[in-house]
Design a protein. Structure first.
Length: 175
């Protein structure tokens, strides 16, 4: 009797992974929303390019790059997260299947996410530097220092994650 209860509990826990599927579908929808915003920004730049300053064009292009990185990050999280936590995606024979798909474990996904966050933060910081006025008010200076500090926290976090994974990897090999 207790074996039947245990099997029932374990089966329920195993099936509960499907509760994550709507989260991944929501992330797919968020890529659609990001695509709409990307198209809107590209449309705006296309028709304003002749009257935009060079720095405005650079900032616009950086915004497009930023959205592309976020979209790529979302796709990576969707593919990897779904395969790690829910079920394998059966497209092994498809010619367009990304080579990394199915090869990223949770540790690798974590490092790729923090790497993308650092890149996105760096692009945002670059946009801030491009638009930097010649003189800064105290509020502008404090906002700039805050952005730099946050970026440095992301960079340090990324390095710490990588070091922890390297230490954990070498520890696992020894045992």
């Amino acid at each position: 009797m207790s074996n039947m209860i245990e099997n029932g509990i374990e089966s329920t826990i195993f099936r509960s992974r499907w509760l994550l599927a709507p989260f991944y579908l929501g992330l797919v929808f968020s890529i659609v929303l990001l695509l709409i915003k990307f198209g809107q920004e590209l449309w705006h730049m296309t028709f304003e390019v002749l009257v935009m300053s060079e720095s405005d064009i650079i900032v616009g292009i950086l915004a497009l790059v930023d959205m592309s990185l976020v979209g790529s990050l979302l796709l990576m999280i969707i593919f990897s997260g779904y395969e790690i936590f829910v079920s394998k995606i059966e497209v092994a024979g498809h010619e367009d299947r990304p080579s990394w798909m199915g090869k990223i474990d949770f540790s690798g996904l974590k490092l790729k996410v923090i790497g993308a966050i650092v890149a996105i933060s760096a692009i945002d910081l670059l946009k801030t530097f491009v638009n930097l006025p010649d003189t800064l008010s105290d509020d502008q200076f404090n906002a700039l220092v805050l952005k730099i500090s946050i970026h440095l926290v992301f960079v340090i976090s990324g390095v710490m994650f990588a070091l922890m994974d390297k230490i954990a990897g070498s520890t696992n090999k020894d045992h």
